[in-house]
Design a protein around this ligand. Structure first.
Ligand SMILES: [Zn+2]
Length: 483
């Protein structure tokens, strides 16, 4: 009897969500370092680092029964254009690694909204280079973020695509597992596919699957590798022609794929008017929170580091101070200088500080005196539904009480969106014990903080992720795209 030859599957990952309006570039160092996500990881270390985590590549290799060959995985917190050298270094690693492994197929854990100065559609460029090396018949299946801006080119270059179906994204690993099922389909027979872009965009605060209409649109998607359909909601702060939502489907015949895509697109377009950004002014949010029984969460979606926000704006903090808000906590405010000063001064020390506001185009620093209540190294494991078990390194952290107020601010040093209550617990704050909880996040915070309260307000303060899309100075969107 002949020995069964195992199918060899290479796996790799390269994720970035690029806000083309955000200041600065996203550097190779940011991909290399651990932050909210693991740092750049190569080879078999990927099994060790990612085992059991809620990350697409983890879900893929845990579900895939073939011989798995890991190449490299890298991700950086959302921000400005990916620097060319970072892109080239990581892509060349992937292409070389795949070529030398000579696998039967490839799975890629991608985002779908990566932009460099040279490439509007960086993911399509990655696939183009792989196709040059491996040919058009080489099976490539990818998974993408719900915020992917999918171009027709990217869709054409991939044999199949699986997309997160939850926002907050609690199904990272599940999507990796769906990609493994799709790959199995691609390996066993012809798969027909269909793709349509949606003619309008909506801000990310309108995209949550906790709210309508996204909730029903996603709930109706088929969950079967024989007939699979997915929706990407798009990532609006990206001035590229293929910005915005898209729908795709895979089926056993072209007619079935087309029919499924058209069905989802019809529902999506019919729901256009229902997408609601749910925004109110920062002053109104603080006033409303004050009048509600606590706890109340005030989100700062426009300075969400998870959408390219700088994480240091003071708009909401100022609204809290102006209203003399009681029992309010705010985090994370990215301020490595204040964090270092607190570590130097020690617990119990008081000092005057210019808090946050390093990017003056959005806000000014808050001049105040603070007392250091706690300091930590910012390295801990998360417990919320999105990041459960994930080891994060947020850099030096400090819990600071602003003098003459009842407001405490948690500062950190490595940019990360506050999507897990451990971000507060790490410095000794238990969110549910406080009246007003302010988080720099647009939607992801809901995964964990909705366990504490359903009283959630979305406040407007100036930042790099405008949620009123009419404020964004687009120049390169495709003709006819509404927003
Ligand atoms: Zn996303």
């Amino acid at each position: 009897m002949k020995a069964k030859i195992m199918t060899k599957i290479a796996i790799s990952g390269f994720q970035h969500e690029t806000n083309t309006f955000a200041p600065g570039f996203t550097t190779f160092q940011q991909f290399k370092d651990r932050g909210g996500w693991p740092g750049l990881t190569r080879g078999d270390m990927i099994f060790e680092e990612f085992k059991g985590l809620n990350i697409p590549i983890s879900g893929f290799f845990e579900a895939c029964k073939h011989d798995i060959h890991p190449i490299v995985w890298a991700m950086a917190e959302p921000g400005g254009f990916v620097a060319e050298d970072a892109f080239e270094t990581i892509v060349q690693d992937i292409v070389k690694g795949v070529k030398s492994a000579a696998p039967d197929a490839l799975y890629l854990d991608l985002h779908g909204a990566m932009v460099t100065e040279s490439f509007d559609d960086a993911e399509a460029e990655i696939l183009r280079r792989l196709r040059t090396g491996m040919g058009n018949d080489f099976p490539i299946v990818i998974s993408l973020d719900l915020h992917a801006n999918i171009s027709p080119a990217l869709f054409d270059l991939a044999d199949a695509v699986a997309i997160y179906r939850t926002y907050p994204h609690v199904d990272f690993a599940k999507t990796g597992a769906r990609a493994a099922a799709l790959l199995e389909r691609v390996l066993t027979g012809p798969v027909f596919k269909a793709f349509r872009q949606i003619p309008f965009m909506m801000p990310i605060t309108a995209q949550s699957t906790h709210h309508e209409p996204a909730k029903s649109l996603y709930a109706a998607l088929p969950d079967d590798p024989l007939l699979s359909a997915d929706i990407a909601m798009g990532f609006p702060p990206a001035d590229i022609p293929d910005c915005g939502p898209a729908v795709l489907a895979y089926a056993e015949t072209q007619d079935l794929a087309d029919a499924e895509v058209d069905k989802v697109v019809r529902k999506f377009i019919a729901a256009e008017k229902e997408f609601d950004a749910r925004l109110m002014s920062a002053a109104a949010a603080v006033e409303k929170a004050t009048n509600l029984p606590g706890p109340v969460v005030i989100a700062d979606p426009q300075d969400n580091p998870g959408a390219g926000g700088t994480g240091d704006t003071t708009g909401i903090l100022r609204a809290l101070v102006d209203a003399n808000a009681q029992d309010a906590i705010l985090g994370l405010l990215l301020d490595p200088v204040a964090a270092a000063k607190a570590h130097e001064a020690g617990v119990g020390a008081r000092f005057s500080v210019s808090l946050g506001g390093r990017h003056r185009q959005y806000s000014e620093p808050l001049e105040c005196t603070v007392e250091v209540i706690a300091i930590t190294d910012g390295i801990f494991r998360c417990t919320g539904p999105m990041f459960d078990g994930n080891l994060v390194d947020l850099g030096k952290m400090a819990r600071l009480k602003i003098e003459k107020t009842d407001i405490e601010v948690v500062v950190n040093s490595n940019k990360c969106q506050n999507l897990d209550q451990e971000f507060f617990r790490n410095v000794g704050l238990e969110p549910k014990e406080h009246k007003i909880i302010c988080v720099k996040s647009a939607v992801h915070f809901m995964a964990d903080y909705q366990r504490v309260t359903d009283q959630i307000l979305f406040a407007v303060a100036k930042g790099a992720n405008p949620c009123d899309l009419s404020e964004i100075p687009y120049t390169r969107l495709r003709e006819g795209l509404r927003y």
